[in-house]
Design a protein around this ligand. Sequence first.
Ligand SMILES: *[C@@H]1O[C@H](CO)[C@@H](O)[C@H](O)[C@H]1NC(C)=O
Length: 200
Amino acid sequence: MANIQSFTSIMLIFLFLSLATANYYETLSPQQLGSPEKLTHIRFYFQELISNQEPSIIITDPPKVMNDAPLPFGSRVVLENQLTLRPELDSKRVGKAQGFYLSATQKPGVELEIVMGFVLTFNEGKFNGSTLSVLGRNHIVSEVREMPIIGGTGAFRFARGFAHARTVRVDYTKGDATIEYNLYIFHYSSFPFPSHHQGF
Ligand SMILES: *[C@@H]1O[C@H](CO)[C@@H](O)[C@H](O)[C@H]1NC(C)=O
């Protein structure tokens, strides 16, 4: 009798344990990353070409309330800009930026204040195929605009850092512009965990 009772309680304990451990998460040790965090500096030139046959930016759904601002409050711009190694348009292409500008100031006039979000995809060297996501406020008339880097993929997993944008040249009649970007990024370039984890 005693034996059956203890057997039953052992079974119950096992049942509870297996229910308690049936989770959709587990804690891993950061040591399992196997490599130290890296700090990388990246520089490229962001080429905005409005005068092209195929412009690299388009304004979608112009806002109903218009004023004399070049991008009135509520304007949305979608961009796909090339990134080059040097300021010259015909220099080596190292990647592209895909994203948006939202005009987010109610002040009329040319003091552009935009919220900018974009994904950088590199196509050269050891960062080929890796991406970085940037989201921040871009006060266009400031000499240097700083925006946070909020994440990344591939060699930029766990990325965090900031981007500095500085206008190198702008053609006010055509609207074309070249912006120098300097990025400082903490990231881990290796990540040994499989996409289909069998852990639990
Ligand atoms: C970048 O990666 C793509 C896709 O894997 C490959 O086709 C291309 O040749 C690579 N480019 C360079 C410069 O390594």
